[in-house]
Design a protein around this ligand. Structure first.
Ligand code: TRP
Length: 346
């Protein structure tokens, strides 16, 4: 919590520095392609990435496909999720000419960084990571070697391109912290190659899922960007609310009602309290109708672009091919420096 508050404060300063000197920053961020991207992703990170790209910050976006098998044993649907995410990014305004969109499993030199990086952390440090602990518990299975070490793999995702700014949610802060430790230790031991990256926390509060828990595809409480308007109406209608006619914003006592208010308010650019007042005694029916209309209206242009892009057969593959080529060249250059620093050029 303390480190979250510190990071949030620092993020305000960083945001100002980015505005003044976009050329000093290289952003690396991304996600685990475990399902369709949803509104939580959009308000939490995607919107901010588009903004960073627009102010001229060079951006790398990783689709961390190997992270899918940290806590499960199937790669089913990963390809479909990767393709879907690329369409979502493009529809949201990411420009593949300016932003390198890539899959980390396709970049051998990135993955090779994992070997020296693993030597720089202890088993105790790996076990202490609160996010890894929580994910291991939530999975209900034995801790895999990959789950235990994926924060180090994530350090390779960030450092291969010398990313110095990492927009992430709260959950990923411990990984950025570990990346900083690895960068420092590598630099001390072998010579200064890596920047010590900083996390950038976005201003948007966490977007609640429709049941008031965190929005997550695994909780089934998410509104995917790619849903049709009818599907959107249907998930919103399924939200558990209550029989109190008067609509009030009270996340503790009324999680469903409050989640709908938060979601609609974000889409309407208002506050949940004001929206609650305007719905007044209309009850859940009115609240759901307002929310569905707000979400569908907000997402309409994105969905329209997404439909057009999806009709362009081969587009996603060519974006990924180009991104992977670019990322591979950058990774090779960094690995060459690493080899040189470590004295392993033969
Ligand atoms: N762990 C991130 C997530 O939960 C995904 C990710 C992989 C990532 N590598 C990264 C995020 C590097 C930021 C930087 O979605």
């Amino acid at each position: 919590m303390e480190s979250f508050i510190a990071a949030a404060q620092r993020s305000t300063e960083l945001a100002a520095a980015v505005g003044e000197h976009p050329e000093k920053f290289r952003v690396l961020t991304g996600e685990r392609p475990t399902g369709p991207l949803h509104l939580g992703h959009y308000f939490g990170t995607i919107r901010e990435r588009v903004r960073l790209q627009q102010v001229g910050v060079e951006t790398f976006l990783v689709l961390a496909d190997y992270q899918v098998i940290t806590d499960r044993d199937t790669m089913a649907h990963v390809r479909e999720n990767v393709y879907g995410a690329v369409l979502d990014y493009l529809a949201a305004g990411m420009d593949p000419a300016r932003t390198t969109i890539f899959t980390h499993s396709s970049i051998p030199a990135l993955n090779q960084l994992l070997v020296p990086f693993l030597s720089l952390v202890t088993e105790a440090e790996l076990h202490r990571n609160p996010t890894v602990k929580a994910e291991a518990e939530a999975s209900g299975r034995a801790l895999s070697g990959l789950l235990l070490t994926y924060p180090v793999h994530q350090a390779a995702d960030i450092l291969f391109c010398k990313g110095n700014l990492v927009p992430v949610g709260k959950d990923n802060l411990p990984h950025v912290e570990m990346t900083r430790v690895i960068a420092r230790r590598f630099n001390e031991r072998y010579g200064a190659i890596f920047p010590v990256p900083e996390p950038l926390i976005t201003a948007t509060p966490e977007v609640p899922g429709l049941d008031g828990r965190k929005m997550s595809k695994s909780y089934g409480n998410a509104i995917a960007l790619s849903m049709t308007p009818d599907e959107t109406v249907a998930v919103i209608r399924r939200t558990r609310t209550d029989h109190e006619r008067r609509i009030t914003f009270d996340p503790g006592l009324r999680p469903g009602v409050s989640a709908l208010l938060s979601t609609a308010a974000l889409c309407m650019n208002t506050s949940p309290e004001e929206l609650a007042d305007s719905i007044g005694g209309g009850g859940s029916g009115a609240l759901k109708a307002v929310t569905a209309a707000a979400v569908n209206e907000f997402l309409a242009p994105l969905r329209e672009r997404r439909r057009e892009l999806a009709a362009d057969v081969g587009l996603v593959q060519s974006v990924l091919r180009q991104g992977n080529e670019r990322a591979a060249a950058v990774a090779e250059a960094t690995l060459a420096q690493v080899r040189d620093a470590m004295g392993t050029v033969y």
